[in-house]
Design a protein around this ligand. Structure first.
Ligand code: NI
Length: 453
């Protein structure tokens, strides 16, 4: 009798060489088929970190390599659970290896719906990568759906429910999505590797040694506390040093204004974009199909920006140039509680100097970025990191770790006011003449110490 598709193992396991995990091991036919699907291959063309590569030039890695990494960590966790904590071994609290394939598929596909420059794109065009991931998994026209559906009827929906966190087994859900999951563990290590920030790394081998299942999800052995602490500290470092970097955000602001300008112009004159930006039209119209969404990637957008530098609209072409040639807006930190009036005044000065403040200034808060610190008090019970004590009871990490409690207690993050670099560039004598006193008063706000650069 033929072996059912879901049980088919490759005659010889496939491996993908990976700089973070050394090898990514693929044993199931289903997983290899998913990797080879066109929707998954698209992820090669989307950078994991978007505009961060303008600050850290090594950070050109793709969502494809991150997705393989999340799969690999999940696979290792399944192996450890099956070896040491199976239901047969430890009873009810244990791992049921029948869940392996659904966990592996969800891990591999968890970011399938990300688009180019995801965070910014979503903001302007009101798309939602998680909803699109679910659509890719459950729409009969996708290759991903067809592969998952061959496993068994209802399997695509099952995998999708892990992504939406409604899958009944919390162990599977928390492997992919919790405060210390395969997704975060991979992107922290991978982003640290490709940005070159060595302090962003932590001891994955040790964490995998102390991770264990329990009835309500996933926990860590008490003697693994220091490895988990180290993970939290790395996470903190990566947020402060990489994800919240003011220059990357300055590029993100340029991108956001550029896409916004295109959106605005389209309302006035539909022809502009019909010549050279066809794949973007459905999004400018805000009416798009899944197929149209899957045509987009970083290369498509960058090509369009390249066309826009020749467009007549001065704001569109200037912002496109600033983006392609890496001219981020500059910024200073401010306190929204007391310094709003000052920021308003500075906005006016930027306008007097000839810049449209809608497109050349911005308020940007790191709290709005898709990354988050570990904040045990704000989260629900199931989003905390818990350690398992000798008597089997669980205790939240910051209650036993002074290091984590010190980091978790702070309201980290910042609010920044963004403006054109020309406003403070003393070396540009032309600008000095151009702005005259205006320039002086703007620069004084920053240089007299009212705001922090
Ligand atoms: Ni991810």
């Amino acid at each position: 009798m033929a072996i059912p598709y879901k049980k088919q193992l490759l005659r010889k396991e496939a491996v993908f060489r990976d700089p973070v995990h050394n090898y990514v091991h693929v044993q199931h036919r289903v997983i290899l088929d998913l990797i080879n699907s066109k929707e998954f291959q698209r992820l090669r063309r989307i950078k994991q970190l978007g505009t961060s590569s303008f600050t850290f030039h090594g950070a050109e890695h793709s969502r494809f390599s991150h997705s393989l990494g999340v799969y690999e960590i999940t696979r290792r966790i399944c192996d450890i659970f099956q070896r040491n904590y199976s239901k047969e071994k430890i009873g009810d609290e244990g791992w049921d290896d029948a869940e392996r394939l659904v966990a592996l598929c969800a891990a591999l596909l968890h970011d399938a719906g990300h688009g180019p420059y995801s965070h910014t794109f979503e903001h302007i065009f009101h798309t939602d990568h998680e909803a699109i991931t679910v659509a890719i998994l459950t729409s009969p026209e996708t290759e991903v759906y067809q592969i998952l559906n061959r496993v068994e009827v209802g399997f695509p929906e099952k995998v999708a429910s892990v992504i939406t966190k409604t899958y009944p087994n919390p162990q599977v859900v928390q492997m992919i999505s919790s405060q210390i999951d395969a997704d975060r563990m991979d992107y922290l290590l991978r982003d640290a590797y490709f940005t070159g920030t060595e302090y962003g790394t932590f001891d994955l081998t040790r964490i995998l040694r102390v991770i264990r299942p329990y009835k309500g999800g996933i926990t860590f052995a008490m003697n693994g506390m220091h490895a988990v602490e180290d993970y939290i500290v790395s996470r903190y470092q990566m947020y402060v040093q990489v994800y919240f970097h003011p220059t990357s955000r300055g590029m993100e602001v340029v991108l956001e204004h550029l896409l916004n300008r295109a959106h605005e112009l389209y309302q006035e004159d539909k022809k502009i974009f019909q010549n050279h930006s066809q794949l973007l039209l459905p999004f400018l119209k805000e009416k798009f199909s899944l197929e149209e969404y899957l045509r987009l990637d970083d290369g498509v957008l960058n090509t369009y920006f390249n066309h826009w530098i020749e467009e007549a609209d001065p704001i569109l072409n200037d912002l496109a140039k600033r983006f392609l040639n890496r001219k981020p807006l500059k910024s200073c930190q401010f306190d929204p509680a007391s310094q709003q009036p000052l920021v308003k005044e500075m906005q006016k000065i930027v306008e007097t100097a000839g810049f449209n403040p809608t497109y050349y200034t911005a308020i940007n808060s790191s709290f709005d970025l898709p990354y988050d610190f570990y904040r045990p008090k704000s989260g629900k019970h199931r989003t905390q990191i818990e350690l398992q004590q000798k008597d089997g009871t669980l205790i939240e990490l910051s209650k036993v770790s002074q290091l984590v409690s010190a980091l978790a207690g702070q309201g980290q993050g910042d609010n920044r006011f963004y403006f054109p670099k020309e406003m403070v560039d003393q070396s540009l004598q032309d600008n000095y003449d151009l702005f005259g006193e205006t320039y002086q008063s703007f620069a004084n706000h920053i240089h007299n110490g009212a705001l922090i650069e």
